[in-house]
Design a protein around this ligand. Sequence first.
Ligand code: MCN
Length: 779
Amino acid sequence: MSSRIFGSGIRRREDPRLITGAATYTDDLSLPGMLHAAMLRSPHAHAGITKIDTRAAKTAPGVIAVYTGADIGDSLKPVPCAWLVPNSNLKVATYAVIATDVVRYVGDIVAVVVAETAYQAHDALALIDVDYQPLASTIDPLSSSQPGAPQLHGDIPSNQAFHWTVAGGDIDAAFKNADVVVKERIVQQRLIPNAMEPRAALAQWSAASGELTLWNTTQNPHIVRFLCSVVTGVPEDKLRVVAPEVGGGFGSKIAAYPADFATVFCAMRLNRPIKWTETRSENYQATTHGRDHVQDVELAAKKDGTILGLRATIWAGMGAYLSTAAPGIPTIAHGLMLSGVYTLPAVKEDVYGVYTNTTPVEAYRGAGRPEATFMVERMLDKLARELNMDPADMRLKNMIPRFEDGHNVITGLTYDSGDYPAALRKVLDHANYRNLRREQDDARKQGRYLGVGVVSYVELCGLGPSQVAGAIGFQGGLWESAIVRVHPTGKVHVFIGSSPHGQGEETTFAQLVASEIGVDANDVKVVHGDTDVTPMGWGTYGSRTTAVGGAALVLAARKIREKAKVIAAHLLEAAVEDMDYADGKFFVKGSPDKSKSIQEVALMANVAWNMPAGVEAGLEASTFYDPPNFTFPFGSHLAVVEVDPETGHVELKRYVALDDCGPQINPVIVEGQVHGGVVQGIGQALWEEAVYDDSGQLVTGSMLDYALPRADRLCDIEVLNTVTPSPHHPLGLKGVGEAGTIASTAAVYSAVLDALAPFGVQTLKMPLTAERVWNAMQK
Ligand code: MCN
């Protein structure tokens, strides 16, 4: 049984507690003497602060304290940015925990109130009297970078946070030799991540011991401990960060946030536990957003459809300050992916990071790769239309052929393994693509507008190795670690540095260990999310937990198996070389009845009455795994839509997603991840947009105004796969957590534009709302 557990779609063990309300989130925690914090946030996008009067708030019922930036003074360092992209002239603006002189987005913290109850703290916010001197604000990244735009940070001209370039091949020759050039300005609109639970922090300080514990909704407790130590000065050995149930993140819980540090500050000042939980509106305003790129892109090609070069300029809105990983997204995660799945001889892209009077951005599911995929795939669609070629044929013509162990692309990356044509062909066959085109022609004759979008993608995930981290300016490591501890009865504890928050690794990682050492998956407990208990890890994002953390775990489990084999050989009085292993049993080759089970070995290892000479007691192993390269999952997606010519309404009729993440530990979990990812990508294409008005007010400030995908607007998602192992992962695994998101925005956009072809519509801004589509058809 146990050897077959890898690849089996067992149910997620996380789910019963999550769906019955039995899980414990940060906000569920209560400590003796605990107080509650609420943040006063700026109502202005850009303003000077001339006076803050907290006297009335301080005397409000239940209020214990009110603190401003002046109270913090220099007792906390500014919030650090942890991705200092090199060769980019990066200018990190000071990101104070509480603003003192100037506020730079609606949501900047101005003061914090601590009270006996959360309600009292919130009520008292209204009593703080702040005099603001409104300043001109600037919202979109392109106009914010123009001369004369209001400047956010006095020492940073043109609001330019960085300028980074990726270049390879002879781009001038590519455009000189081109028969055809297609161009477009694409806007990757700003999106708001919508995790199930908003963010929260609970800080407990002991003045007596100098120890700080922070329970935090984070995707990476070890990074938070590292950054919290930098900001507060509390040494890491006295600092414990715990991520209880996090409630999803999608990238928005990577960052170390000012509100968390403000909560810590209050706890340290008052020497009492303080809890802060944001409201959903506060979450929309102040938890990081995603995307927000303006992309000017042009593609050069021969008239037979062979692509020659891609040139682009990107203006990436950063928001008012640089969030923890923000600079890495439009640069490394986006810029290095511009070759897509194609043989691209030349590339040049300039990326400008721009400060704007908006909420800081961060990674949001896909983080850079959906934007890169959209750009490349959109240009291929344009080219196909220009040359009157079928878009699927255009892709097949330019695709990198199958490779198994490394393929260098022009951006400098080495893709690990891929069979892009096979993935696309499988999707086309499954969807009966040629037939779809015939149906489309027939429908048009009847005044019905069907559209088909086909998109192929590759993404980099499983971030590593750490040497690369240094080279790309990431201020941390990119390895992961795992400890496997087998108890006397053969039950297993696994401790991982990664910190899953919805992805299901408590189940899949138990499957991995069960497969490697032959115990029952139910006998393996996966522990994560507590820096005092788990080994160091660099977090769950970039679909790296299985690719990197999973590899660490497999290697640790294999160490257990090797040691167990030595002990079993000793117990069976056989030579280690004569031993074999299958399904949790160690036996002498050729005599399977002379065996010791992993449980028997575990008991002996733990009691240690009869151990081989020189072998330590215990059955425990740990590994630090630093991968030699990223992993590169890939796939092809196909969308079919119908556009109603009367209303502009887009109906999704079919969606086929093929994602190759190598062998799958748990196909049901993989399918769930793909579903979630696809829906998030479709949300960007059709419905979602964070809208600011000219004065910097977030108009889509609640779920009433921000159009989240709803089940009744979606169609069935047909999930396919191919299996192309990564040559460097011990089990060939690649990530899948973001895969669905990478292609789906482009696929649905492409399908809608295809449906609108008879109307001569060349381009449209996302999201493709009925109003926009209808207006385009009228023109
Ligand atoms: N898996 C598998 N076989 C593979 C690859 C993965 O069975 N070959 C399983 C994994 O073991 C895990 C799941 O699929 O159970 C996703 O794994 P992985 O691809 O390693 O991704 P991560 O765990 O690193 O998750 C991060 C990724 C990201 S970056 C975002 S954003 C995102 C996503 O996961 N946020 C999520 N999926 C999410 N799902 C939920 N429910 N909530 C979020 O916040």
